[in-house]
Design a protein around this ligand. Structure first.
Ligand SMILES: Nc1nc(=O)c2c([nH]1)NC[C@@H]1CN(c3ccc(C(=O)N[C@@H](CCC(=O)O)C(=O)O)cc3)CN21
Ligand SMILES: CC(C)C(=O)C(=O)O
Ligand SMILES: [Mg+2]
Length: 266
């Protein structure tokens, strides 16, 4: 099966075929998502809160992100693997940005990187693209700015904010991004961006009109423990499935049911 590339995603937008992006943080999960035909595996910096137990995405380091990206890349035969650049790995200087972005391709086997922000990141994006690194943009609710936003809030609601977001989208497209992720923005705004841009857009709580849909895997599988954003649909309840297995195991051990003769060596 041939690899999903930036050209594949562009073709899908042209044909009106929706693309799918889910997060993955390890090898077995990457294999499952690949087998299910998910197009893009994002090693999100949501790694921080989802699998490393941090408060938010800010503490995630390049080393942590690369470590998980390598595992995902080893499990993905068809899907495009995208490394989500952590806070402070691309905002300092353009040289830092290119160097760190390059490490995803050179050391971790990713096919592209994602970074948050608009016009203020255009120079970094241009330099990465000139280096041969495909870049996914991310506008709207950009969680690395959570303290600036004062919480996880819907973005682009005022006319002014909406216009600014559309400008940022156009600037990023001109800088060379191959796709744009829109997080937590009104559906009509995401629709307008999708129409204005040639490149595919990906919706994470940005309504149904984008070229593709995005979710954090653990949220949609009911495995992220507790509250999930309103835009998440729960397609399974792994929490309950796992608790059931674990409590049954404990009970069977205590009752002498496990291990049975079939689990023992003569
Ligand atoms: N597990 C997980 N899922 C995510 O979707 C996710 C992460 N982690 N970490 C990074 C960011 C943070 N995200 C979030 C977190 C919370 C809301 C949230 O609670 N939003 C409110 C909207 C409030 C409003 O109306 O302005 C909601 O009720 O959905 C949204 C996105 C999305 N990303
Ligand atoms: C939720 C997506 C957009 C993300 O950036 C992440 O998982 O880190
Ligand atoms: Mg992220």
């Amino acid at each position: 099966m041939s690899r999903v590339t930036t050209a594949t995603l562009q073709e899908m937008k042209a044909k009106g075929v929706k693309s799918t992006l889910l997060t993955a943080y390890d090898y077995p999960t990457a294999r499952l998502l690949d087998e299910a035909g998910i197009d893009i595996l994002l090693v999100g910096d949501s790694l921080g809160n989802v699998v490393l137990g941090y408060e938010n995405t800010l503490p995630v380091t390049m080393e942590e992100s690369l470590h998980h990206t390598s595992a995902v890349a080893r499990g993905a035969e068809r899907a495009m693997v995208v490394g989500d650049m952590p806070f402070l790995s691309y905002q300092t200087t353009v040289a830092d940005a290119v160097w760190n972005a390059g490490r995803y391709l050179k050391e971790a086997g990713a096919h592209a990187v994602k970074l948050e922000g608009g016009r203020e990141r255009a120079d970094a994006v241009r330099a990465m693209v000139e280096t041969g690194i495909p870049v996914m943009g991310h506008l709207g609710l950009t969680p690395q700015s959570v303290h600036q936003f004062g919480g996880f809030r819907v973005q682009g609601k005022s006319e002014d904010a909406a216009r600014r977001l559309i400008e940022d989208a156009v600037i990023l497209e001109e800088a060379g991004i191959f796709s744009l992720l829109l997080e937590c923005v009104p559906a009509e705004l995401a629709e307008e961006v999708t129409t204005d841009l040639c490149i595919p857009t990906l919706s994470c709580g940005a309504g149904p009109h984008c070229s593709g849909q995005v979710m954090v895997l653990h949220d949609m599988l009911g495995f992220s423990g507790g509250k999930v954003p309103k835009f998440v649909k729960q397609y399974a309840n792994l929490h309950d499935v796992i608790i059931e297995a674990l409590t049954t195991f404990k009970k069977e051990v205590q009752e002498g049911v496990f291990p049975g003769p079939e689990h023992c060596y003569k």
